[in-house]
Design a protein around this ligand. Sequence first.
Ligand SMILES: [Zn+2]
Length: 516
Amino acid sequence: MANTSNPFSEDTISANHEPFVLAGGTVHDPATGRDGVVTDLWVEAGRIVEPPADPDRFHRVDAAGLVVMPGGVDLHSHVAGPKVNAGRRIAPQLARARRQGQPAAVPTIHNTGALYAALGYTTVFDAAIATGAAAIASLELAELPILDKGFYLLAADDAQLLAALDGNDPTTIKRLIGDAVGQGGGWGVKVANPGGPAFWKRARGDHRDLDTPLPGFGLTGRSLLARLARGVAAAGLPHPLHIHTANLGLPGNWRTLAETMRTLDGIPAHLAHVQFHSYTGGNLDADSFGSGVAGLAAWFNDHDGLTLDVGQVLFGETVAMTGDSAAAEHLAHTTGVPWHSHDLWLEGGCGVLPIAYKEKSLIHAWQWAIGLEWFLSVADPWRLVLSTDHPNGAHFTAYPALMQLLGDAAFRREAFERIHPAVRKRSPLAGLDREYSLQELCIITRAAPARIAGLPQKGQLGIGADADITLYRPSGDLAAMFAMPAAVYKAGQLVAENGHCRATPTGRQLRAIVSG
Ligand SMILES: [Zn+2]
């Protein structure tokens, strides 16, 4: 086994830019309808190309016996900007490798790219960059090697845009969104706790529903969501409004998510880390706190406009970081750990604190079970994206363990037996036997996030697609299989083999082209 805390190998080989054919691999490519088809993929100049008339020009790479998928696409992660640096500062012990073979909770920017690539991921988005931090985030992302990368801007924290939303002025809303994304070099727009920052800035408080007007405005969280989502669609951004709704982490917050979904019915929008927004109860006790997933997922399945990512919690130490300062303060006061908050009076804020998720904790066990319940309850995998909200729910290097929990019901049952007994007794997860197929795992880690992000060149291996390709050795041990790809190609270049980086090309920055 390679040491994943040090993915750089001494014996780097020269980059292979020659045209090549990946011969005889078992291809999983949901976008082109190939589900385990043995076929050849022809690669030239960084793209998948038609079988050529002069095949002898193409170097042959034997992929027989290997599973071939598009490179992974992470739609919601936190890898750059002030909150990530605050995470390194507040938990320095977690910023280093914790144990041999275990990566840092908040790796350096260089290791972040190397670890993602070694895992078979070739595209990543940072989900929350304040407009004032766009320039520094761009500079940092330029240092993230190998992957193509972009970010979503917290544009609605801007005073001018907030005023335009309050005045319900679609022309100005569209222009300000276009200006923010164009000037900031962003890919999309994120809203974290709609309207919440206005309450936070005024009184260090928060609102508890979507219908209380923001201090000094007629605008409510609900009207902000609908107007902003329409504005993002009108601005022609590739990715719809990315939403972290109000009341993150609070008991009873399933109602807020239900209202958020109803508000956005018929408007393009993506719901982030729904696990953190799906709790019943009025308190954090065994009789009250629980899962609201069943009703939420039933509504989601019946209304096909929205998409979501889960934000799965996995047990272990990590760092929570969010643009939702009120949620971070609440969590810090609940857990009693030191925390970091900044930008109180400026336009974007963040809260950062260390957290350790434990199997025997009632709340953490519920969070774990609720995330899995979401994965197993959404009928259409094309509308769902695998995420841990890295590093909030778990580190991205834990994705393979999550894939095993989804694809192996026996493994999941064993894990279920170890969690808090009150959760075992009440969680609907006990009755869910669904297992994700390789094809479905491919959809939620590649095809769906690429489609939802608005990246037609990615998450697929059809003619003309980017030659971002991951090769796996098939195994019944899905965690082992997905943790250690046999080979990873980025734009046709071999970048990782067996957990070691082989090359560190720069990768492209993904910036939305904003039309005037
Ligand atoms: Zn997030």
